[in-house]
Ligand binder design. Sequence first.
Ligand code: PMP
Length: 462
Amino acid sequence: TSKDTNRTGPGGQASKEAVKSADRAHVFHSWSAQGQIDPLAVAGGEGSYFWDYDGNRYLDFSSQLVNTNIGHQHPKVVAAIQRQAARMCTMAPGFAVDVRSEAARLIAERTPGDLDKIFFTNGGTEAVEHAVRMARLHTGRPKLLSAYRSYHGATSAAINLTGDPRRWPSDTASAGVVHFFGPHLYRSHFHATTEAEECARALAHLEETLAFEGPESVAAIILETVVGTAGVLVPPPGYLAGVREICDRLGIVFILDEVMAGFGRTGSWFAADLFDVTPDLLVFAKGVNSGYVPLGGVALSAAVAATFDQRPYPGGLTYSGHPLACASAVATLEAMAEEGIVENAARIGETVLGPGLRALAARHPSVGEVRGVGVFWALDLVRDQATREPLVPYNASGAANQPMADFAAACKRGGLWPFVNMNRTHVVPPCTLTESEAKDGLALLDDALYAADAHTTAGTAG
Ligand code: PMP
């Protein structure tokens, strides 16, 4: 039929034009005005790179949506998915299946404390939805507290818990969510000037929020261990331990969302390890299998799991613990251990990315702050280093966002795929990044930052 013409190019591969025209006609894209986007047609990827149909290769400093922690097309994971597909593609969650048991065992072995039971989902959002349901049933309380600077997912409770502007159009999706300010010294809400002051005042603010809400009505506090899309905010020492203490004292379930921070991103298996805290529920996705097959989940403490020992947990998913997803998680976690991938992320962050990004900040007037750990960094771009005025206004779009659009375009022209959010570029390459790839990426960022510098008070004055 006419629909089938012009579908393939030389070598039987789909042609760029066919891919793009079918995409334009039939794919409804996330978070986008459908008429205003022009998605890159991607032909393939390997390791830290992916490429388009015109032979342009991009160093992936986004890890897609910060999920390809082991890079693109890791051969051990690809082979495991192929082997599992030949054996058993699907089996309902009510059965015990070898790869599901093994994935749960390996995850439980890595999670801190007694987080030893794993509820599988298809991604991070669903895991957040189930974590808050578990917390509400465990405590018998209705309310949930989360941070303004946060992202927790795109549905019902998860989008309401989200603090960033993606929440605004869906604010009434779920009742009982209250937001508070977490610590963020560079843009302190508490007029603090030291990490210790920021930490103490952020904890006092949380206590006050709880007192006004009525702590006995609060089921859970949910936090990203290291805040991801809302800015790569590493909490000051003592903050998470302080929240843990508050939750213990008031009978509140402490949920850590490690969807982005978990499985190597911070240079440790979980960001919670860096702060020596154990939540009651830990939410994961992304890095657990680098997103090769959709997978997420909740790790439950013994106490929360016990609530559902003699009473059924009222929730489930057709594809919970999907065999292909679990096989890919087993292979991912084994490869990460065998190849020292978590250690690599820690080393590259400490010896190459951290110092390299700080050197860029010293050279470029547009870089206000460098923050991060492991392969989880942000450059906070400003119009003026002294006033810290963001390079673009909060939640800017269209012409107001031009400085960031110029910066992103400069990155792509140079062959680096950036992760840009508001006035920040996040430096979030795979955990497998080599030293020479890191140096290449830093050089490309250096070049692209001149496009941001041009929009600073220094750049526009000169
Ligand atoms: N929590 C955090 C911290 C995330 O970064 C994300 C995804 N960016 C989610 C939850 C939602 O995960 P998913 O997109 O897999 O549903």
